[in-house]
Design a protein around this ligand. Sequence first.
Ligand SMILES: [Fe+2]
Length: 255
Amino acid sequence: MENNENKSVDRRDFLKFGVLTAATALGSTNKAFATGKDSSGGVPNNLKPPVQKYLAKKYDNLLGDGLSGISDNQLKAHFGLYEKYVANINDIEAKLKIIDPNNPDTLSYRGLHVEQSFNLNGVILHELYFGNLGGGSKEPKGLLKKMIERDYGNPLNFLNHLKGVGKVMRGWSMAALNYRTGRIGIYGLDQHNQLVPSLVFPILVLDVYEHAYMVDFGTDRKKYLETFVSNINWKVVQDRLELALTMPYGEHITA
Ligand SMILES: [Fe+2]
């Protein structure tokens, strides 16, 4: 069954989208890491330096005529919330750096770690959400379309699942490549850091917190879900899927 299902998404698709090339590049990086031949304390020189601080991204492209049915007032209020998460995670990580893990104040140490994942995911999920809105392709194409058809039959059914999860969750509905199965799963989160699945790569993220739609839609979440779907940037979703596939999926992932 699985072999038949995979026939439509075969090696030619991966070559077509340059995924194998990217996977090879990733393999080279891992190899360099394993050799440890470098002059920077064990970290290979060819690795990109890590990001030291979160900087809020700008999504001005969504303002004006960027989106259909979602107002600038709604978006600006939402941008402000996202920027608060960016400030919070920087603050939390700075505080965690100076705490002695051998002798912490237990309550504040625990509190900071609870807030760490909440605010970190508040940044990441909002960037994925704003990033997959506006412009680009208006429908799934290529490998993305084939994988949606394989896993959900057709794009309409896929979106019905995404919206269905969006109706019942308090925070998020998201489609993500599951690295254990290689399928596109749809997952629901009640908060940024609650019910988050492991080893999945989000490709399409839908914010269903009231703050995402209250200004424009009041309590009419159903109308907001339809408006969100009409504004999906499928090119971004496709790019994320191709990036996700540069890491091979399968049973080895939990070895
Ligand atoms: Fe939000």
